[in-house]
Design a protein around this ligand. Structure first.
Ligand SMILES: *Cc1c(COP(=O)(O)O)cnc(C)c1O
Length: 421
């Protein structure tokens, strides 16, 4: 029996309506940019398996570092012990994170990185003796699927059954270059009427919203307002982190630095789940006390797993090589050229790109939203390209090691798709 058939017996997949979409493609191998299915068909992984495998699948440098670590120290509790991979990773990360970041806290995934960030902000004020219970978040933001992360997420299609159980959130529009005055006005009203603990945002690119891009200066005005008004800022860089936007972190491009940063996805280059919530020394210092209860009592069993840390250290080393930095620039330039080529196509509503991220909004009847997505996905797979459209938006976020030949094939396949929508 095929993987696809055996899968149906016991498995429950995420983000799937199994009644209408019973099949999951069996993948047997992934190497570089290429996925191989159980029938031997090959696909270019043009979205880096959800923005994780940025250095290619089964990258030999990273797997060799992980293999070495596996033979030395596999797992040790991080509440009473420490180890070289965690210490080294903290040192390497602090070197490249925005200059105000000084503390590294470990989690298992992007949602819990956000969850810990939210809890840090709440307890920061609690420890100061201030009661603050509300967060500000951007419309259409996505921050994950645990309760705190769901609360601050603005994409309600995912949250319907849980809405009665979510935290208090005030939502503001995404800055678009013309609405900053209104946003600041709205913020003044929000802080007058609520006890705001923090503002959470995806800096520069909102991923799940369809790779929506906003300007650093516009976002900076909001962050400046928050910092002047003692509202902690939480940058969710789970998607944008580690080079995607052309910088190591999107926050590097924005003048006002966040108090807290959430990292995951490309952190371990797709090898092992891990996440990090970093923060400033000022936040950390508010948890220091002779009173046990003022400490941060949030822990995941696999916190700072040494094997996961070794993958992250290797990935950060690769990220900083001239070769990878050159690749990022080349992909970014290729995206710009492709945008210029297709932007006037009658089926293209808008294009945008930043770093290795490119998005194309299709000019199609919105009632086809769900079926069009399925049709496009199949069209791409039939031609050996894995792209996962978000409704009417096709986006690319290829591994940094994609060859020009592979990238051109992705573009050509998208161009072919424009003729069938
Ligand atoms: C994917 C993502 C998350 C959630 O991460 P998981 O590891 O899937 O829990 C949170 N925030 C952003 C911006 C993301 O892209």
């Amino acid at each position: 029996m095929s993987l696809q058939e055996r899968d149906k017996k016991h498995l429950w997949h995420p983000l799937k309506q199994h009644q209408t979409h019973p099949n999951s493609l069996g993948i047997v191998k992934a190497k570089g940019c290429i996925l191989t299915d159980e029938k031997g068909n090959e696909y270019i992984d043009a979205i880096s398996s959800w923005y994780t495998c940025m250095f290619g699948h089964c990258n030999e440098f990273i797997t060799s570092c992980v293999y070495k670590q596996m033979q030395t120290l596999d797992q040790i509790m991080f509440s009473d012990f420490t180890h070289e991979p965690a210490v080294k990773l903290s040192e390497e990360l602090i070197k490249i994170l925005p200059e105000n970041q000084n503390r590294i806290f470990f989690n298992d995934n992007g949602s819990t990185a956000v969850e810990a960030g939210i809890k840090m902000a709440l307890q920061y004020y609690f420890n100061k003796g201030e009661k603050r219970n509300t967060f500000i978040a951007l419309e259409n933001g996505f921050h994950g699927d645990t309760f705190g992360a769901m609360s601050v997420s603005g994409l309600s299609v995912y949250n319907g059954p849980f809405e009665d159980f979510l935290m208090d959130i005030e939502r503001i529009p995404v800055p678009n270059g013309t609405n900053n005055k209104e946003i600041i006005h709205q913020l003044e009203k929000i802080i007058a009427e609520n006890n705001i603990a923090g503002f959470i945002y995806e800096p520069l690119v909102q991923g799940a919203a369809g790779m929506q891009i906003h300007k650093a200066d516009d976002l900076n005005e909001i962050l400046k307002f928050c910092s002047e008004n003692k509202i902690l800022t939480i940058a969710d860089e789970v998607m944008t982190g580690f080079g995607k936007t052309g910088n190591h972190f999107a926050s590097n491009e924005i003048a006002t630095k966040p108090d807290i940063i959430c990292l995951s996805k490309a952190l371990t280059a797709g090898l092992i789940p891990m996440a990090i919530t970093s923060c400033t020394e000022e936040i950390y210092s508010r948890f220091l006390s002779n009173d046990m209860a003022k400490g941060f009592f949030h822990c995941h069993t696999y916190s700072a797993n040494p094997i996961a840390c070794s993958a992250a250290i290797a990935a950060i080393e690769l990220l900083q090589t001239d070769e990878i930095q050159k690749n990022i620039k080349q992909i970014s330039n290729a995206h710009k050229a492709f945008e210029a080529r297709i932007k006037n196509h009658s089926k293209v509503n808008a294009t945008r790109s930043k770093g290795v991220i490119l998005a194309i909004d299709l000019n199609t009847n919105s009632s086809r939203y769900g079926t069009l997505r399925d049709q496009l996905l199949q069209f791409f797979m039939d031609r050996g390209v894995f792209l996962r459209p978000l409704g009417n938006t096709i986006y690319i976020q290829p591994p940094y090691i994609i060859t020009d030949l592979e990238l051109q094939k992705v573009y050509k396949t998208i161009e072919a798709a424009l003729e069938i929508v």
